[in-house]
Design a protein around this ligand. Structure first.
Ligand code: 13P
Ligand code: SF4
Length: 305
């Protein structure tokens, strides 16, 4: 049996599923039982009846799945699959920062650790952030963490004045506006589409801004045939599947090449997925108090989504 067949068999034998994100390697996306953006993945993890979830994404995603469905065994193929954005907000520093704003509620992006979720009132993702913030009273004072780029974008779009934690994703924050301008010259009719974790200068040049799912849907449904995409490279696999005849160019962090990989997402390999299913390796373990406290703001998000 090849590795794909071995994974298929062991999943069936153990009543297990593999979840992954659009930034994972193509071969990982191809074998997943479910592929989605952060919101859809958490909704899927909450509802699954499988006994085992292998989360071939990054740590905060697997942790969120465990929080939402704690009776399941949740594994991550590589323990080093972290997220630079989640790690840009240490819980002790954030707790201190929060104390300065006693009248503010905390809205945190799902790309955050369980400790940050425990310090938050509502979680959001790139696909529901606008809806969630718009549902709150205009006078409600808000701290937004950890992504300053997404927070800044939301402040502008929704005419809010949220206090922002100064965090960022190393992939999106490094995309250069000069490269985008060069690419626009090369492909003058292209539509520019961007993930809201990008810096403001990139977002200002975008024709469309959205979550990974929204970006893929945009390319599929658009009547245009050329796109410059400002996000992580893994998305190209799903985009080219839904729009095989369209020209899709990725904005790279250096020399317009396809080098803006999320190194953490790319740690997921078929071999590691098989090993963690076979050996029960890298289980996500959280204590009851963490699960209980971190779950509340995630459930608020799911209610509001
Ligand atoms: P999405 O929720 O849009 O898939 O984003 C997840 C992520 O990690 C972006 O860097
Ligand atoms: Fe985190 Fe950035 Fe990787 Fe998304 S692309 S998982 S925000 S490090």
């Amino acid at each position: 049996m090849n590795i794909e067949e071995k994974i298929k068999k062991i999943k069936k034998d153990k009543n297990a599923i593999v979840l992954t994100h659009f930034y994972a390697k193509p071969e990982v996306q191809n074998i997943a039982d479910y592929l989605g953006d952060s919101l859809a993945l958490s909704q899927y993890a909450q509802k699954t009846t499988a006994d085992i979830i292998v989360f071939a994404g990054v740590y905060f995603m697997a942790e969120t799945a465990k929080i939402l469905n704690p009776t399941k065994k949740v594994y991550i193929p590589d323990r080093e699959s972290l997220c630079s954005l989640a790690d840009s907000c240490p819980a002790d520093e954030f707790a201190e920062f929060k104390q300065k704003y006693p009248e503010h509620i905390v809205i945190s992006y799902i790309n955050s650790t369980a400790e940050i979720k425990m310090l938050s009132d509502i979680i959001c993702t790139s696909s529901n952030a606008k809806k969630i913030i718009s549902s709150l009273d205009k006078n409600q004072k808000i701290i937004f963490a950890p992504d300053r780029n997404l927070g800044n974008y939301l402040n502008k779009e929704l005419n809010r004045n949220m206090i922002l934690w100064d965090g960022a994703c190393h992939v999106h924050d490094n995309l250069k506006v000069e490269h985008l301008v060069e690419l626009k010259k090369q492909y003058p009719s292209a539509k520019v589409i961007a993930h809201p974790e990008c810096r403001q200068f990139i977002l200002e040049l975008a024709d469309f801004i959205g979550s990974t799912t929204a970006l893929i849907n945009y390319v599929e449904k658009s009547l245009d045939d050329t796109f410059i995409v400002a996000t992580e490279t893994g998305i190209l696999h799903s985009m080219r599947k839904v729009a095989p005849n369209k020209k899709i160019v990725i904005l790279g962090s250096e020399e317009n090449s396809e080098c803006n990989d999320c190194k953490y997402m790319k740690l997921n390999t078929l071999e590691k997925i098989y090993d963690c299913l076979n050996q029960g390796k890298n289980e996500i373990v959280l204590d009851e108090k963490t699960i209980e406290k971190a779950k509340l703001p995630i459930l608020r998000m799911l209610e509001l989504s």
